[in-house]
Structures are given as C-alpha cells and as structure tokens.
Design a protein around this ligand. Sequence first.
Ligand code: FES
Length: 523
Amino acid sequence: MAHFNITFKPDGTQISIHAGATILEAASRAGIILNTVCGGRGVCGKCKVKLADDTEILACQHKINADLTVTIPQTSRFYEQKILTAGIETKQKAELDIYKKYSNLTAGPVLGLAIDIGTTTVVAKLIDLKTGSQLATEADSNPQSIHGDDVISRINYAKSRQKPAELNKLITDCINNLINKLCEKTAARTEQIYEAAVVGNTTMNHLFLHLPVESLGKAPYKAYKLDAQDLPAAKFSLKINPEANIHTVANIAGFVGADTTAAALAADIENQDEITMLIDIGTNGEIVLGNKNKLLAASCAAGPAFEGARIEKGSRAAAGAIEAVVFAGDDIDIDIDVIDGGTSHSICGSGLLDAAAVMLDLGIIDSTGRFTKAENLPAAIEKRITEIKGQPAFILADTDQTQVYITQSDIRQLQLAKAAIRAGAKILQKNLGIDDSAIEQIFLAGAFGNFLRKESALRIGLLPQIGVERIKFIGNAAANGAELILLRNQLREKAKSLAKKIEYIELANDKDFQAIFTNSMNF
Ligand code: FES
C-alpha cells in the first residue's frame, strides 16, 4: 500500500500515512485536534480545511491518495477555539482577568505558564495572560521516572527520608529546563512570568508541592491535601518572577488528581446534557462519567503497556515506532505506518491496539487472546506467524536491522491494560445504572487517547460499545484545562467546585470488581 506525506500549515508539521486514511486521521497523528461535532460523519462541516489550491474540504471525508499540503484554519481547531472562547459548546464565557493583578508591577508583557506534570511526560506552555495567546509549548520526560514508571513506585521511593526532596528537585529542575526553552524560543524573559497554573495526578501534585505522599500508597489511599492552592513563587525554586503566584488545581481523590479536574473542565463535562464518558489514558487511566446532573470518577491501573512498556518490542510514540497497522479486506498483506516514516524498530500503543484488532479479524488470536491455528489466511500473512523464544508471535516488520513482532505475552499485557480501563468504565456505569447504549458520547483525552484508532479500540473492547461517530478526540485536555485556569479567575472557582462535585468511586471496593475485571480481559 502506498504512503503519502501530509504537511500541515501553519504548524509546519509533516507526517507520512497510508493511502486511504482521512485527513482527520492524519491531523490527529500530527497532534492537531480538529472540531468533529458530528463525529466524522460529514454533516456538521466543522472540520473544514484547505488544500494547496485553496479548495475547502471536510477533513473527515477526504481520503488521502497523494502527497498534500493542508492548511488548518483557526476555526476548525478544537482547543485553540475553546481556549479563546472558554468553551465551544458551553454557554459560559469568562473574561481574561488574572493579568490585572500584575498591572501595578509592570506595563510590559505579563506571561504565564500552564504546566501539566504527567507521571511520564511534563508539558509546559507559555501564555500571554493579556491576550490568552499561546506563545510556545515544550515537553520533556518526567525525570522522576528513574525511580519507577508508575505512581506507586514513586510513592515507595519517596517514603524514606530525604527522598521526597529528591523527587521534588527532579521535577522542579525539569520545569526550570522547560521554562528556559520556552523563553529561548520566544525571546521572553523569565521575570516576565507572573503566574503558573499546575495540574497533575495527586501524587505528582504532592511531590511538586513537597507534601507527604505516604497515605497515597496504602488503603484507603487518602491525599494529604486535595484543595487548590495559591503559593508565592518564592516558596519554590522555579526560575520565574519572584512575585509570581503558583496556582495548583484541586485534586478529586487520592488517585484522581488535578489533571482530571482540568480535563473535565476543558471538556465542559458538567454542562453536558448527554451522558458523557471522558477517558484520559496515561500510565493510569482516569474516567469521568455523567452529565450536568451527576458526575462519577475512577482511576484504573492500566500500567504502562499503552506507552509501550512491558511489551517486548514496545516503545513510546517516537520516531521509528509502528503507530498503525491496517488490513483492508481485499489486501493480501498488512500495512504499517511508522512515525516519521523510514524503518521501524518498535511498536507504540496505538500500533499495538491496531495489531491486536487486525490479528482478531484474521483469526490469528481468538477472543480469549490465545494464538490459534488460523485458516485460509493470505500467504503473506501466514508467513508472519512464527515462534520466538518458545512463544507464538506475529511479525509486523522484518528488516536486516531489526524485527518487530507481537508475542503471546504482549497480547496478555495488552489484555491486562485494556481490562483495567474497561472494568473501570463498567463499574462507573453500574454506579450510574446505565449500560453502554446509554452513553451518548466518549471524549478521548491524553497523548495515547488521541493517537489510537477508534475502530481498533472498539474492536478489542477497550471502550464501551457505542457508535464510532460518538467517540471524539479532545487532545491534551489536562494541559488545556490548565491553560483555561491560568487565564481566568472564574474558571479557577469553577475548577474548585468541579473537583468537589465529581464523586470518586474506589474500584477496589466494588464487590464485583474481580469478576468484572476478569470478564473484561476477553476481546
Ligand atoms: S463534518 Fe467532519 S466532523 Fe463533522
């Protein structure tokens, strides 16, 4: 199958994608989230983009069969519009007012930072507080990862004396690095930064604030502090104006943090009439379910399989990783998309999901996840089934330098991760008294959430079984929520009340949890 290069303007991003993919898919691979009010059915007209000859087309309908340059207007972007208007589908408007408190300190630029401290990745955005415009974004790996890739290992590490300080210093240094890069990129000065809004899961929030984390590591997993805080920058070692204020957003519970509060705010879930499920899949998966009447939340220990960890040939979504695997009914072989094109050397989470979906469709694995003796396979597919280190495996790419494959134990890891998310969703649904058919929309947030293929996520049973058009990507909702909160007092208050309104459900306390989890392992 042919592959084509798609260049997005004015972003300047370029990706390579297989023939037949839509521009909407390509944009999401490039990290650009479009408005898809109708879920890609071609009826709302919100996803309009321009081709090089100025023709306007619907990104969700245009199938790629050539190299293209695509210009994405501001009005078709999901978050840029949301941030400027405080919500596309929300009636509430809030003025930019945080900058006003610094008017007596400077007549010059008043800049702010929106910071999302993820367990794996830290994102910082430099924002002009007077105009709301985003000046630059930088991201880096969370350096605390050297002490474990999930929050429990960080908590365990922090338990001994001195160690919380070490973890705190690691994250502070990381943010300072990002601040330097942001300032270099924009020729801004660090003393022009007067405000920061910080989100993260409860453990990241506590480690940043230098709060005790012991209670987060043992039942009933209580946070030391859930509330939002405003602290002088002088209390931190952040290299910004010493007069600056650091606002940390309210957490919901020990395992559902300020990042979920921010994501729920950005998704405007508390104003939805429709029953909505917001899923942010990171190292942990957080789910919020409900609508304007009632909101429930849970945290699912998916583990890092979706980020490529614990998968033999797995990796993060970086250059050289297989990000998509496709097999159209009349094809004679599978096709793969590799991040940045070129030779593949690993597979990332979205590729893993696709591969499992294709293997299920072809009968290479059965609904229990076991490799089976598939029949009537095209010869090219048959050749890909082999045995590696005593395990059945399916080869995705085979070159002189490297072989990328999926083994039986990779499939098991994927099953554990997807069962954790699906079981969490089912228990929230049970608490709300609804089945899949009552869920009117699913918002997928987070880095992984925005790159997966919805069809594959449905095929493997990661998501409740609803129509694909009702599943919407909403980008890095936590970081975008932080941006909203950074700019406006009213949204700070709203975030505080939202964190209190969302009712936390402890999955482990559900007597049926084990049965539901085991049941969710099947594809
Ligand atoms: S028309 Fe493309 S998403 Fe609605």
